[in-house]
Design a protein around this ligand. Structure first.
Ligand code: SF4
Ligand code: SF4
Length: 462
């Protein structure tokens, strides 16, 4: 039987070096092509039998490459289709917001945390949701969050004690996201013993951190956070850092590596400030151009740093973006469409109200129900959970050449930044710059991909 070759849904994007990013924007498969290869590609887009394809040795090699990448299908066989991984999953990632109290008053806090907002989570509610999450799962992740979770350290110990008793042969990964100011040696010993992964929020440069991440009455927290870094290093505990990117620290891309080198930080998450709670993008936020410029400098510095060390460090968002680009993977809940909200993650607030994702916590219209009154299964069937599950991708995204790699961005951030799920992501302009930049880095062959991307070792962003 004669073979028929076809490229469906062809999209072309001209890269800065004059070559073309060629993809099938329904399935995401792609290659890089030179200008002189475009006639062949256009012919394949129309579909043609092998007898019609009179071509050079070079064209044969290119067609082979296009077949391997999945861009060209032979006899309409579908390859590399969207795995739809997320929708088949029960939630396995739980964010436990222990309280909205915090010993700090950061200018951009998205949960409006303050010293005494509530009495903290009722232990029975935390136990119930962990018990229900474990049903039908071999492994779950529980993240202690807040407010400042270490203000509830005794509750953390009780919850871990309970979870360890009921887990039987199942695995529970514990994580904590803290401002670091209460992280003394005793607490570090306990977290180390229990295998709790630690993430610390820090805005890197002293000037930026001291201006925004402050105790009440504007007292400085910087030295407290540095002491936590030192205590963790002394105890040989690896940790990750979350940095909010804003006007005050947008110049610090290279400074990050002074910390990485000194304290052996294993992962960085760089999150541009978004509107929510006290965070107002209009006051401290940065433009997509500034975000891109920062990330370009950051990635150059990361590649340079990683080149010289076996203890490589990666940035969460770009790492998963590259994973989608290279493998069309979609297994990370925030780089998938629909995203993992309510499919693979849920969050509970201190009152016991359950939300489809931590990013929706506190916004009553997304509340699925209270765990004291309903089972997790019932909450998952609630209207608000269904609403989040059925968020459609924006029309602009459907025809966009980059859709399979950015997956349209986080819907919650789109909601908070732009007022509606229907709008295109506020970071669209950034994605349209950073993805071709990453493609260029990979294509230029001047970097070792291991210095840019962890090769899929990290599955859940921590
Ligand atoms: S709402 Fe945003 S943060 Fe939450 S799972 Fe979806 S993409 Fe991730
Ligand atoms: S967010 Fe922007 S870059 Fe991403 S798919 Fe949508 S239109 Fe394209």
């Amino acid at each position: 039987m004669e073979r028929n070759y076809k490229i469906s849904n062809l999209s072309l994007y001209k890269l800065a070096n004059g070559e073309f990013f060629v993809n099938d924007n329904q399935k995401g498969n792609w290659i890089i092509a030179k200008k002189e290869e475009l006639p062949l590609i256009r012919k394949l887009a129309e579909g043609c039998g092998e007898k019609e394809l009179i071509c050079s040795k070079r064209d044969v090699a290119k067609i082979k490459l296009m077949c391997q990448s999945g861009l060209v299908t032979i006899n309409d066989k579908k390859r590399f289709t969207y795995k739809n991984y997320i929708q088949t999953k029960k939630p396995f990632h739980l964010v436990l917001n222990l309280s909205n109290n915090c010993n700090m008053s950061c200018a951009y806090c998205y949960v409006n945390a303050s010293p005494s907002r509530d009495k903290g989570i009722i232990i029975k509610n935390a136990e119930k949701i962990i018990r229900e999450m474990l049903k039908g799962q071999k492994e779950i992740t529980v993240v202690f969050h807040g407010g400042e979770p270490l203000l509830q350290f005794e509750k953390i110990k009780r919850i871990i004690y309970y979870a360890e008793r009921i887990r039987r042969n199942k695995k529970i990964n514990f994580r904590i996201q803290t401002n670091g100011t209460l992280l003394n040696e005793k607490i570090i010993e306990y977290l180390k013993e229990k295998g709790v992964s630690i993430g610390i929020s820090c805005d890197i440069t002293p000037a930026a951190h001291e201006k925004i991440r402050v105790f009440n009455k504007n007292a400085s927290t910087y030295n407290h956070v540095i002491r936590a870094f030192e205590n963790l290093t002394k105890k040989n505990v690896k940790f990750s850092v979350i940095m909010v990117l804003h006007k005050e620290n947008k110049q610090c891309a290279r400074d990050i590596f002074k910390f990485v080198r000194k304290y052996g930080i294993r992962r960085i998450a760089i999150n541009p400030l978004f509107s929510g709670g006290r965070g107002d993008k209009n006051i401290l936020g940065i433009s997509n151009e500034e975000y891109f410029s920062f990330m370009k400098s950051y990635l150059r510095a990361q590649v340079q740093y990683n080149r010289d060390t076996p203890d490589k460090v990666y940035e969460t968002e770009t790492n998963f973006l590259i994973r989608n680009l290279l493998h069309l993977d979609y297994t990370y809940m925030c780089k998938s469409n629909p995203c993992g909200a309510s499919f693979s993650t849920v969050a509970i607030d201190p009152s016991g109200d359950v939300y489809p994702c931590d990013e929706f916590c506190g916004e009553k219209k997304f509340r699925g129900g209270n765990i004291a009154q309903k089972s997790l299964e019932e909450i998952k069937k609630s209207g608000s959970f269904k609403r989040v599950r059925s968020i459609k991708k924006n029309k602009k995204c459907s025809s966009c050449v980059w859709y399979h790699y950015c997956t349209g961005g986080c819907p919650s951030k789109t909601y908070y930044n732009t007022g509606s799920f229907k709008n295109v992501s506020a970071y669209c302009g950034y994605y349209k710059k950073i993805i071709p930049y990453i493609v260029h880095l990979i294509n230029a062959g001047k970097i070792d991909i291991q210095d840019l991307y962890d090769g899929g070792k990290n599955k859940d962003g921590y």
